[in-house]
Design a protein around this ligand. Structure first.
Ligand code: GTP
Length: 598
């Protein structure tokens, strides 16, 4: 295709402002899917996305559009996630586009991630097209939203396109605005090849599939390409574009977004952010890649069955192809054997990884209590980073500790200000700024420990503001703290995988909470089980699981053999997911219990 007839853009917005719904409308209008196969949330492929109603992965789609000028355009767009944990997905999508549709919910107005996503797009010099969505809602306030677009975002309100993604209103006007306002790609198909890997995934039948944006040159099956960072060469087997499924094409040229398959054997060769060039005629240096992602929460993953360590490693490697933000190294535990210490971008990210490992790769895994990374000053004068309770030094050796802090910016209607301020104080926050955006909305800025924000802050914020407050954060550095390690003992034996690091002031509550959760999760056994929470040798919480009295079959008097069999099978099913720790059987859910907050 002539690059003049290509438009590359992403759809960005605050959570729930309607990105996926808008993507659906664009796809529907373009009639690339047979009506019989059409369903809502076309760009949310994963089950987890559909169930939770959120986008986790950016998803690229190519659709044709015949504009009012009679020309046939190819629109490549990326539906991105809204949740803070997945900002990395957004930044990668942005790097492969010339423009961005910035959606603003007409009833909610500009929110925290509207701002942060706009800044991301500006950093990459994207042309931003504001789109006012949900104009069908009775609470929609179009004039108010236009004002916010001008004031809060500094964008030209005359450019804004009002739409209802749900009802399909304004979509034709939006298509025309995209063609008119978003710049066409500029590279030449004749120049040497440069293409950016912005994503990849593993297909069980076809192997590694690399998602690329071609900036200059042309890539065709049969050619040999070079991955500039990993310095490996592969022969291209297939090129193609994403029309919801993979559709082969004879080439991909400057301006195109599509995929390549190149018989890749070593998964580590493929690195998201790497540049692909022609092995025989390479460009001088790689394209600017992406910012290195920094994980903020750490947790160890162990296979339920210790023999499945290698399978778990393979699954992690394959998952990493599709989730470049996942990091890991080897770890081991007395209770759980060999596993991996993983870094995540937030708790939602952790949950998603856990679910994807189970669903996409059939891995039954145990996650240990998540932790942030602390800085510890030892009496010897040395300094160490610690994100793992297992490597936490003896208290006697510690001079002082520091914990990571964030700057949280919260936007809220002013009536919830009081509630939100008390919540932030409870979370050890210190207010650093407050600013009225207009008569009704306030922006407040707090510095807070990251550990407090990771756990239940987001849900609490939503509940104290009836869903109206929004927030965004940046990690700003370390501040002194009073840290301790909580151990959990089961029948007097410490279970290392259940230990966690905590601010001393929260330790009692946390220990009690974990013990209570464990009491719920641990099934009764032939003997009494004591669950204790302790700091060093001092026990700070205690619960008991009483001994089992009846056996399961006692309930089925008489000879209903099939019912007996069912019960036994059920027991077996449950056992599959059991882990022996000392002489106590812990179900997988017990390990998850430590993840749960109040
Ligand atoms: P994340 O990917 O999780 O950030 O969400 P999203 O921005 O993709 O939002 P999504 O498309 O999932 O829509 C969120 C909710 O808003 C859904 O319940 C949609 O049905 C609803 N919604 C989206 N567009 C419209 C609209 O134009 N009008 C109305 N009334 N509701 C809409």
């Amino acid at each position: 295709t002539d690059p003049q007839l290509i438009r590359n853009f992403c759809i960005v917005a605050h959570i729930d402002h309607g990105k996926s719904t808008l993507a659906d409308r664009l796809i529907e209008k373009a009639k690339v899917v047979d009506e019989r196969f059409y369903h809502a949330q076309m760009t949310d492929n994963m089950d987890i996305e559909r169930e939770r109603g959120i986008t986790i992965k950016s998803q690229a789609v190519t659709i044709p559009y015949v504009a009012a000028d009679g020309k046939r355009y190819l629109l490549n767009f990326v539906d991105t996630p809204g949740h803070v944990d997945f900002t990395y997905e957004v930044s990668r999508a942005i790097a492969s586009c010339e423009g961005a549709l910035l959606l603003v919910d007409a009833a909610q107005g500009v929110e925290s991630q509207t701002l942060s996503n706009m800044y991301l797009a500006l950093e990459h010099n994207l042309e931003i097209l504001p789109v006012i969505n949900k104009i069908d809602l009775p609470a929609a306030d179009i004039p108010g939203t236009l004002k916010q677009i001008e004031h809060d975002l500094g964008l030209d309100p005359d450019l804004a396109v009002p739409v209802s993604a749900k009802q399909g209103t304004g979509i034709d006007e939006l298509f025309e605005a995209i063609v008119a306002k978003i710049p066409a790609p500029t590279g030449s198909a004749e120049d040497p090849l440069s293409a950016l890997i912005f994503d990849s995934h593993y297909d069980p039948y076809r192997g590694v599939i690399i998602h690329i944006r071609v900036f200059t040159g042309t890539i065709r099956p049969g050619e040999t390409i070079l991955f500039m960072n990993s310095k490996t060469e592969y022969k291209v087997e297939e090129t193609g574009i994403f029309i919801l499924k993979l559709v082969p094409s004879k080439e991909l040229a400057a301006g195109d977004v599509g995929y390549i398959i190149a018989g890749i054997k070593t998964i580590e060769d493929v690195r998201v952010g790497d540049t692909i060039t022609d092995a025989d005629d390479p460009i001088a240096g790689p394209l600017p890649g992406f910012k290195e992602v920094k994980p903020v929460v750490f947790s160890s993953i162990y296979p339920m069955d210790t023999n499945e360590y290698d399978e778990l490693r393979e699954a992690l490697e394959k998952l990493k192809l599709n989730d470049a933000s996942l990091t890991w190294e080897k770890d081991s535990s007395i209770a759980l054997g060999h596993g991996f210490r993983c870094g995540f971008l937030g708790l939602l990210h952790l949950e998603v990884v856990q679910e994807r490992l189970e669903r996409e790769f059939d891995q039954a895994v145990i996650f240990t209590a998540p932790s942030v990374a602390y800085k510890i000053h030892l009496r010897t004068g040395e300094e160490m980073m610690c994100d793992n309770p297992a490597s936490y030094p003896d208290e006697g050796k510690i001079e002082s500790s520091e914990e990571p802090y964030i700057r949280a910016s919260i936007i809220t209607p002013s009536q919830y200000l009081g509630n939100i301020m008390s919540l932030c104080v409870e979370k050890r926050g210190i207010q650093t700024n407050m600013q009225y955006l207009d008569q009704k909305r306030v922006e407040i800025v707090y510095e807070m420990p990251l550990a407090e924000v990771l756990f239940d802050f987001y849900d609490r914020l939503k509940s104290v503001s009836r869903g109206y407050a929004s927030f965004d954060y940046d990690v700003i550095g370390f501040k002194p703290t009073d840290l301790c390690k909580i151990d959990i003992l089961i029948n007097s034996k410490p279970v290392d995988a259940l230990s966690q690091l905590s601010f001393r002031g929260n330790a009692y509550d946390k220990a009690r909470h974990v013990c209570e959760q464990l009491r719920e999760e641990i099934t009764r056994q032939q003997f009494k089980i004591a669950i204790q929470g302790a700091i060093g040798s001092q026990v700070i919480a205690r619960e008991t699981v009483n001994a089992l009295r009846k056996d399961v079959l006692a309930k089925c008097y008489g000879g209903d053999i099939s019912r007996k069999r069912k019960l036994l099978e059920k027991q077996k099913e449950g056992k599959k997911r059991m882990k022996m720790v000392g002489d106590v059987e812990l179900p997988q859910s017990a390990f998850l219990a430590v993840l749960k907050t109040k």
